[in-house]
Design a protein around this ligand. Structure first.
Ligand code: ATP
Ligand code: MN
Length: 295
């Protein structure tokens, strides 16, 4: 994007690997064709690290002062405000120019909700259900993969398709594209499924209240379907020690995962995967596999 200024491109944002702000900007630019369809219409929360990942970063929900007028924003009740009195003016990343503007503000993570806003700012019902699989040490993404496969099979039996991505941190996310449905229904459905898995595999899965007892197990966080929650966007960088990516993966990769390194992807890996296989989440991006949630 020629028209967005790039500043401090030589600054190292990931000291462990020397990954610079210029490299961060290049990644966002090159990944934008596949990232944008997953964030369009979804009010963004940014995690910014102007001094790199070893310094304190901050979550930014409100459009920062000086946001250019060509950046699409939408004013919504803030998630914590019960009566809707407090509002947040969210940025909606609609195009590559907006992405590069945000990137130059040292945005390393983009988080979005499971729902979209319409062109005039109306809030739609969620069109994604998500299962956030969090491993409790010593469990890793390997155990998350086993649980993800159970979730996939449960969903398939009900006619729903499921699409995995690594979080780029410790665990895995499984998306289910839906015909828009109330957040409370998606939450209840995800909870019911999670609790069935706990009954079947109590040594492997925990859900809900016994979260603290998850040592060696996988916590299925069904409450991520609460519309106040966000999930890191597909293809977002993570502000971890190294620039790992929240990368979509195939079910074959989930089945074959034998070690955490198998599903750990850096920007260059993700760009190479993109060349080879395109967006593994393309049906979600296109919105052409939305299925009604069964009762
Ligand atoms: P991991 O694999 O380590 O669990 P994760 O991205 O799934 O990585 P979680 O802690 O499980 O992290 O949180 C799930 C999602 O909830 C995040 O991707 C993020 O969008 C949102 N989230 C978590 N903590 C916060 C926070 N403090 N502020 C805003 N959003 C948050
Ligand atoms: Mn998680």
């Amino acid at each position: 994007m020629d028209d967005v200024t790039r500043t401090n491109t030589g600054k190292v944002l990931y000291p462990a690997t020397g990954f610079t702000k210029g490299e961060v900007l290049d990644y966002w630019e090159r990944i934008s064709p596949v990232l944008l369809p997953h964030v369009r219409g979804r009010p963004a929360s940014f995690k910014r690290f102007p001094d790199g990942v070893d310094a304190e970063g901050f979550f930014q929900k409100n459009a920062p002062r000086g946001t250019p007028d060509w950046v699409h924003t939408v004013e919504l009740p803030s998630p914590g405000s019960t009566k809707g009195r407090q509002t947040v003016r969210y940025v909606v990343v609609e195009d590559a120019r907006t992405l590069m503007w945000a990137a130059n503000l040292a945005v390393l993570e983009i988080h979005v909700p499971q729902w979209r806003v319409g062109p005039r700012g109306g809030v739609h019902d969620p069109d994604l259900m998500v299962f956030d699989l969090d491993p409790g040490a010593p469990a890793t993404v390997v155990e998350c993969c086993r649980v993800a496969l159970m979730i996939r099979d449960e969903l398939a039996a009900e006619g729903l398709s499921a699409w995995p991505k690594v979080s780029g941190s410790k665990g895995l996310h499984v998306y289910v594209p839906l015909k828009p449905v109330k957040g409370t229904r998606a939450t209840a459905y995800a909870r019911g499924l999670a609790e069935r898995l706990v009954e079947r595999e109590p040594e492997l899965v925990v859900a809900g209240m016994n979260r603290s007892l998850r040592g060696g197990k996988v916590f299925v966080d069904w409450n991520q379907n609460n519309p106040a929650r966000t999930t890191v966007a597909p293809y977002s960088l993570r502000a971890r020690r190294e620039p790992t990516v929240a990368a979509p993966v195939s079910w074959e990769e989930v089945e074959g995962c034998g070690a955490p390194e198998d599903l750990r992807f850096l920007p260059e890996d993700v760009l190479a995967r993109l060349e080879k296989a395109g967006d593994l989440l393309e049906p979600i991006a296109k919105g052409d596999c939305q299925t009604p949630l069964p009762d």
